[in-house]
Write a protein that binds this ligand. Structure first.
Ligand SMILES: [Zn+2]
Ligand SMILES: [Zn+2]
Length: 265
C-alpha cells in the first residue's frame, strides 16, 4: 500500500490586523482580518514530521504577537513528544516559522539552499527585507549547519515516500511548501506562499514580498500540486479552524487537515 499521512494544523498564536495590511495595494473594504499562527504535523505510520517551528514566548512579547499556547504543548496534546521528533521542515526563516530553536534536540532540519543564502546574505542589509527575520533564528540555524543537522534542498525533493517539498519563493526567496498524500488525496501545506485563502483564490498577494512574480507563480504551483483547491492550506488564515474538524474533543484550535473540509463560506 502507498504511504499515507495524517495531517494536523496546530494553532499557537494570534495577531489582530486589518485587511488593508494583508494585500498588496491595500483593501478597499478594510476591516478586521486577524492572523492566526500555526505549525503543522505530518504523521506517518513510521515517523512524524513537523512543518515549521513557530515563535517562542520571548519573541511573541518583543513582536507584540499573542502566544496562545507554546508550540511544544500543542504538539504534546496530539501525542507528539518534541524531543523525539527526527525531522523538521522549515518553510522559510521568518520569525514566526523558525523559532523555538531548542525544542527539537534530535531533529534534522530541512531547508532550501536559497533561503539560507537569502537570510545570511546581502539582502539582509535592507531593513525592509530583514524585518521579518530574527537574528537569533538565523544564527541558531547556522549553528545547526555546523552541527551537521541541516539537510539542504534545491527545488523539489522527496523527504519520505509521498511527502515532498517544493521551492516557490515569492514571499521569502527560498520559501518551500509541502505536498503530502492523505486519505482525501494530495494536500498542499502552503505556509506563507499564501497567508489567507483570499490571497491565492483572488490572486492578491500578501504585501511582504521578495518577488511578486514568484509569489503569483507559487499560487499556480500550489494548485498544480494539490488534488483540488480545497486541498490547499494557507499559512495564517483563521478560517482553517472553521473549515476543518477538531482533532481533540473540546479543543477548537488543533484540527485535522486530512479530513474533508466544510464548505467554503
Ligand atoms: Zn513569512
Ligand atoms: Zn508567517
Amino acid at each position: 500500500m502507498s504511504d499515507m499521512y495524517e495531517l494536523f494544523a496546530v494553532r499557537y498564536g494570534h495577531h489582530d490586523r486589518r485587511a488593508a495590511a494583508n494585500f498588496l495595494g491595500g483593501d478597499p473594504h478594510d476591516g478586521p482580518m486577524p492572523l492566526d499562527y500555526y505549525v503543522w504535523v505530518i504523521r506517518g505510520e513510521r515517523q512524524s514530521f513537523v512543518f515549521d517551528t513557530g515563535f517562542d514566548p520571548e519573541v511573541g512579547v518583543r513582536r507584540s504577537r499573542t502566544l496562545l499556547r507554546p508550540v511544544g504543548e500543542g504538539l504534546k496534546m496530539i501525542g507528539l513528544e518534541p524531543a523525539e521528533v527526527e525531522d523538521v521542515i522549515v518553510s522559510h526563516m521568518h520569525f514566526d516559522h523558525a523559532g523555538n530553536h531548542g525544542l527539537f534536540p534530535r531533529a534534522r532540519y530541512h531547508l532550501q539552499d536559497t533561503e539560507m543564502a537569502y537570510c545570511t546574505g546581502r539582502c539582509m542589509c535592507h531593513h525592509a527585507l530583514r524585518h521579518p527575520f530574527d537574528l537569533e533564528d538565523v544564527t541558531a540555524m547556522v549553528a545547526k549547519v555546523f552541527a551537521g543537522r541541516v539537510t539542504f534542498h534545491d527545488g523539489s525533493s522527496e523527504i519520505a515516500p509521498n511527502l515532498t517539498v517544493h521551492k516557490v519563493g515569492g514571499h521569502s526567496k527560498g520559501l518551500q511548501i509541502v505536498r503530502v498524500l492523505t486519505r482525501r488525496g494530495w494536500v498542499v501545506l502552503g505556509s506563507d506562499a499564501s497567508h489567507f485563502y483570499a490571497n491565492f483564490e483572488q490572486g492578491r498577494p500578501f504585501p511582504i514580498l521578495e518577488s511578486l512574480s514568484d509569489m503569483l507563480e507559487g499560487f499556480d504551483t500550489m494548485r498544480r500540486l494539490a488534488s483540488s483547491p480545497q486541498h490547499i492550506i494557507p499559512g495564517h488564515d483563521p478560517l482553517v479552524l472553521k473549515r476543518y474538524p477538531a482533532a481533540l474533543p473540546g479543543v477548537a484550535d488543533i484540527v485535522r487537515l486530512d479530513a474533508e473540509p466544510a464548505g467554503a463560506d
